[in-house]
Design a protein around this ligand. Structure first.
Ligand SMILES: *Cc1c(COP(=O)(O)O)cnc(C)c1O
Length: 380
């Protein structure tokens, strides 16, 4: 079945007890045993819950994976996955990643004896040279946050496979509608379902999809042991969001293209980062491995911090807020907001400048978004 059909139907079915079309919210902590040692498939909601299961099955189908665990947040998904490793293991991680991922790795996991190398994953040789005898994982994000850099996934998985290194892709920005990393050889996909998968800015949640059932069992063991699982209500909201994922992503992309073309022509804009533009350095690889380019656009304002503030203060339709992937268009300043947890040197090395602004292009009329930007840029 095709993507749109899977998005509406996979993992769901009429409820076995009542025939309800929509998967109910099984808001229960525990399940009554039928007899000693005999359950109906569930015993305690940390280890498994029918609403969570429906979401997990839906994501397995959409990502083309074998197994899924829905987690409390995107960071809970990452925390769970990084615990597949043990003290002394080394991770190679993209250098232009979600700020919270950088913080988890550099400020928390490093303290527990994991080693990290942050590296731009665009050159095979540089990647191979960064590999150490104890390298166990390569972590990538494509398109990346906030610069929308594109990583050639098959280049990375080819390097990793020869050395038995686990590859992890954060697929939050692209979503399985535009990119299925497992089809390009990735072992584990992580999501902040807070973003496009839920799509309405009304939940914080995450997911882990694995390419093999063996890895899936290890992840599920950790999820249950660490208690990082998602609540039934949050799963239900994400399940509802997924039904409209395909048309939403098409419209996010249509609007993002319109906005990025407008910004590219504007004299007060220095650079635009959108993989859908032919001028983007990752455009060809994006075209090769993705079905589309997504709804995130970053750009640099011509000027200083005051110019950025003038822009942010004068937008009327687009709200100044962190997060992304919802119906509402959002704008943020990575330097002082989403990437504040990254030290200045790391930010500079990744190319995140003071003038960089990130847009999550929403589902409003694209012309209204362009007019909002056009008006605010007059104050820059
Ligand atoms: C938001 C985000 C996360 C973290 O997810 P939460 O749900 O906020 O915990 C991880 N990766 C990316 C790319 C994100 O945008």
């Amino acid at each position: 079945m095709r993507f749109e059909t899977l998005a509406v139907h996979a993992g769901r079915g009429p409820d076995s007890a009542t025939g309800a079309l929509v998967t109910p919210i099984y808001q229960t902590s525990t399940f009554v045993f039928e007899d000693i040692g005999k359950t109906r498939g569930y015993d305690y909601s940390r280890s498994g819950n029918p609403t969570r299961r429906a979401l997990e099955d839906s994501l397995v189908a959409l990502e083309g994976g074998r197994s899924c665990c829905a987690s409390a947040t995107g960071m809970a998904a990452e925390t769970t996955v990084i615990h597949l490793l043990r003290r002394g293991d080394h991770v190679i991680c993209g250098d232009d990643i979600y700020g919270g991922t950088y913080r988890l790795f550099s400020s928390v996991m490093q303290e527990y004896g994991l080693e990290f190398t942050f590296l731009r994953l665009d050159k095979r040789l540089a990647l191979e040279q960064a590999i150490r005898p104890n390298t166990r994982m390569i972590w990538l994000e494509t398109p990346s946050n906030p610069l929308l850099n594109i990583t050639d996934i098959e280049m990375v998985t080819d390097v990793a496979r020869k050395r038995d290194i686990i590859t992890v892709a954060d697929n939050t920005f692209a979503t399985p509608y535009f990119l299925q990393p497992i089809n390009h050889g990735v072992d584990i996909v992580v999501h902040s379902t807070t973003k496009y998968l839920n799509g309405h800015c009304d939940v914080v949640s995450g997911a882990i999809v694995t390419a093999s059932s063996e890895l899936g069992e290890r992840v599920h063991f950790l999820l249950n042991a660490m208690g990082t699982c998602a609540s039934p209500f949050d799963c239900w909201l994400v399940l509802r969001g997924i039904k409209t994922l395909a048309p939403r992503m098409r419209m996010h992309q249509e609007n993002a293209l319109k906005v990025s073309e407008f910004l590219s022509r504007h004299p007060k804009v220095r650079r635009v980062f959108y993989p859908g533009l032919a001028t983007h350095p990752g455009h060809d690889i994006a075209k090769k491995q993705m079905r589309g380019f997504g709804g995130m656009v970053s750009f640099e304002v011509n000027g200083d911090l005051n110019s950025v503030h003038a822009l942010l203060r004068n937008l009327r339709v687009i709200s100044l807020a962190e997060s992304l992937g919802g119906a509402d268009s959002l704008v943020e300043h990575p330097m002082t907001m989403s990437h504040l947890s990254m030290p200045l040197e790391a930010r500079k090395a990744a190319g995140i400048t003071d003038q960089l602004v990130r847009l999550s292009v929403g589902l409003e009329n694209g012309d209204d978004l362009v007019e909002d930007l056009e008006n605010a840029l007059k104050f820059v």
